[in-house]
Design a binder for this molecule. Structure first.
Ligand SMILES: [Zn+2]
Length: 123
């Protein structure tokens, strides 16, 4: 039981310190540096537990692999680098108005924005 807690802590701290959404495999790679014999299935299990307890949130965009980031309660906008395929979390400075107007009869319940281009490392 204790070992599991430590694994969960290492995984959560990997997600926290990355400062950007990570794929489960990226999380696994980072956590493996601290826990060399960590299994991929174990990583997945911990990610699931962390997301069920709302410590991490899933980040899903069409055409992108599912990623996870620390649930720090801040609204975020994401930036996808087209060269290295990394996703970055940016501070949300947008107004809460959708960038498009829905025609009559449509009820807008939310919208998602993603910026993309080149990250500093690639650009
Ligand atoms: Zn990049």
């Amino acid at each position: 039981m204790k070992r599991h807690t430590r694994q969960g802590e290492v995984i959560l701290s990997a997600i926290k310190t990355a400062g950007r959404p990570l794929t489960p495999l990226e999380i696994h790679e980072l956590a493996s540096k601290k826990i060399p014999r960590l299994g991929v299935a174990t990583t997945y299990r911990h990610i699931k537990t962390l997301s069920e307890s709302h410590q991490v949130v899933g980040v899903d965009y069409p055409g992108q692999p599912p990623r996870y980031e620390w649930a720090d309660g801040q609204d975020k906008v994401h930036f996808a680098c087209r060269a290295c395929d990394k996703l970055f979390a940016l501070e949300d400075t947008m107004e809460d108005t959708p960038p498009a107007k829905a025609p009559k009869g449509f009820k807008v319940q939310g919208f998602e924005v993603m910026l993309y281009g080149m990250c500093p490392e690639c650009g």
